[in-house]
Design a protein around this ligand. Structure first.
Ligand code: FAD
Ligand code: PHB
Length: 401
C-alpha cells in the first residue's frame, strides 16, 4: 500500500506530536508513524519542567488548556548544600518569567487527543520503519503496519524518533559531526503517592551524592537520587531509596514525607550533539539530534524549541515556496542547543559527586554553589538559563554571527 503526504513524521514523542499539531494549524499535511503503542507512549515517565517559552508554544498550538488548569507554576528553585537550603528567586531575576510543573506524559496525552479528535493520521505500533530516497530527493518511508508492508511518499521527513531512532543513522556518517560525553553517574527516579514536601523543586548536593525533590501534582512527588551507572534497580528497595533521599535532602528545620512508590527506574546520563540537523529532505528534531543530562531540565524544552523553528521553516516552504527557513534550521537550533548543553553540563557537574574526583574538586563545587546562592549576577545567569532563553534571543544570536 502506498500513500503520499507533505511531511512524514517519524516518532510520536513530544517533538513529533507537537510538529504535527503546528503543521496542522497551518494546513500542512503530515502522517505520524510511531513504533510503540499509545499506552506505552502515554505512560513513559520522563521530564516534568516546562520553560516559559514551552508553555507559550503549547498554548499557541491550542493544547495549553489542561496544562493551565492542572500545572503548577513555579517562580524559583531551592539549592541545598551543607544542610542549608537557598532559594533562587527566578521570577524576580528574569523579569517575571517562570516554569510550569506539568509532566511530559500529560503533554503527550494532550497532543494525542488533539490529533485524534481532528481525525489526523497517527499510527502506533509501526514496525521496521526505514527512510529511503534522500539522495534522489524522492523521500519515501517504508514500514509495516497491521501485518502489511506500506510506503509513505513525502516531500520532507521529520526525524523525531529520539536518541535510539532510525533517522539519524540514515545520514551518511561522513556528513555528521558528533560530540558526546558520558557521565560517571545515573539517576534513579521514583514516582511516589505522597504530597510534595516542598513548594518548589529542591536540587541537593551532599556527600552521599545528588538528590532532587520534584513533583507532578499537589498529591504526587517525583524524586531522584544519583546512583552508579552500573547499578541495578533490584538493588534498591523502597526503604533504601527513601533512606537516601532523607539523608541527601536533609536541611535544618525541614521534614521529607515519604509514601508508596508507584514507579521506579534508572536513567543513564549523557550529553550528545549531532550536526548539522539536516541532511537533504531529512530534518532531525529533539532527542534524535541531541540529548542532555536531565539536571538542567532541558531535554523536552529543546525538542519543543526545535519543532517550533522547523514548523516555521516548513510553513515558508509549503506556502511561499522558499527553502530559506530549512537552510537556516540547523544553525538556528544549534545556537540554543549548545547553550542548553553548557547549562546542563554546568548544573550536572556542580551538583553531582564524581567518585573519581578529589577534595579539590569538591571545594570547587562548594565554591560555585556558594557563588550562585550569594551573588545576584550568578543567580540571574542560572535563572535565565533555567526558565529558558526566548526564541527571539536565540534567533538574534544567529543573525549577528
Ligand atoms: P522521545 O520522547 O524519545 O520520542 C521519540 C519517539 O520516537 C518515541 O515515542 C519512540 O518510541 C519513537 N521511535 C523511536 N524509534 C522509532 C522508529 N524506528 N520508528 C518509529 N518511532 C520510533 N528530560 C528532562 O528534562 N527531565 C527528565 O527527567 C528527563 N528524564 C528522561 C528519562 C529518560 C529515560 C529519557 C530517555 C529521557 C529523559 N528526559 C528528561 C529527556 C526528555 O524526556 C526528552 O528530551 C524528550 O522526550 C525528547 O522528546 P523527543 O520527542 O525528541 O524524543
Ligand atoms: C522531573 O520532575 O522529572 C524533573 C525536574 C527537574 C529536573 C529533571 C527532572 O531537572
Amino acid at each position: 500500500m502506498s500513500e503520499r503526504t507533505q511531511v512524514a513524521i517519524i516518532g510520536a514523542g513530544p517533538a513529533g506530536l507537537l510538529l504535527g499539531q503546528l503543521l496542522h494549524r497551518h494546513g500542512i499535511d503530515a502522517v505520524i508513524l510511531e513504533a510503540r503503542s499509545r499506552e506505552y507512549v502515554e505512560a513513559r515517565i520522563r521530564a516534568g519542567v516546562l520553560e516559559q517559552g514551552t508553555m507559550e508554544v503549547l498554548r499557541e498550538a491550542g493544547v495549553g488548556e489542561r496544562m493551565d488548569k492542572e500545572g503548577l507554576v513555579h517562580g524559583g528553585i531551592y539549592l541545598c548544600f551543607d544542610h542549608t537550603r537557598h532559594h533562587i528567586a527566578m521570577r524576580e531575576l528574569t523579569d517575571g518569567r517562570a516554569v510550569m510543573i506539568y509532566g511530559q506524559t500529560e503533554v503527550v496525552k494532550d497532543l494525542i487527543v488533539a490529533r485524534l479528535e481532528e481525525g489526523l493520521p497517527l499510527l502506533f505500533e509501526c514496525q521496521d520503519v526505514s527512510v529511503h530516497g534522500l539522495n534522489e530527493d524522492d523521500p519515501v518511508v517504508h514500514y509495516r503496519y497491521d501485518g502489511s508492508e506500506r510506503e509513505l511518499r513525502c516531500d520532507i521527513v521529520a526525524g523525531c524518533d529520539g536518541f535510539h531512532g532510525v533517522c539519524r543513522p540514515t545520514i551518511p556518517e561522513a556528513e555528521l559531526t558528533v560530540w558526546s560525553r558520558e557521565y560517571p553517574y545515573a539517576w534513579l527516579g521514583i514516582l511516589a503517592d505522597v504530597a510534595p514536601s516542598t513548594d518548589e523543586l529542591i536540587y541537593a548536593y551532599s556527600d552521599r551524592g545528588f538528590a532532587l525533590h520534584s513533583m507532578r501534582s499537589l498529591t504526587r512527588s517525583r524524586l531522584y537520587v544519583q546512583v552508579d551507572p552500573e547499578d541495578e534497580i533490584e538493588n534498591w528497595s523502597d526503604d533504601r531509596i527513601w533512606s537516601e533521599l532523607h539523608q541527601r535532602l536533609a536541611s535544618d528545620g525541614w521534614e521529607l514525607n515519604d509514601g508508596p512508590v508507584l514507579e521506579k527506574g534508572i536513567t543513564p546520563m549523557r550529553s550528545f550533539v549531532a550536526a548539522p540537523m539536516r541532511y537533504r529532505s531529512l530534518l532531525l528534531a529533539g532527542d534524535a539530534a541531541h540529548i542532555v543530562p536531565p539536571t538542567g531540565a532541558k531535554g523536552l524544552n529543546l525538542a519543543v524549541a526545535d519543532v517550533t523553528v522547523l514548523a516555521d521553516a516548513l510553513v515558508t516552504r509549503f506556502t511561499v515556496g522558499s527553502d530559506t527557513g530549512l537552510e537556516e534550521y540547523s544553525d538556528r537550533c544549534l545556537t540554543r542547543v549548545w547553550r542548553a548543553q553548557h547549562f546542563s553540563w554546568f548544573m550536572t557537574t556542580m551538583l553531582h559527586l564524581d567518585r573519581s574526583d578529589d577534595d579539590y574538586g569538591r571545594q570547587l563545587q562548594r565554591s560555585q554553589l556558594r557563588y550562585v546562592t550569594t551573588s545576584t549576577a550568578a543567580a540571574r545567569s542560572l535563572s535565565e538559563n533555567y526558565v529558558g532563553l526566548t526564541l527571539e534571543q536565540t534567533a538574534r544570536a544567529t543573525v549577528s554571527r
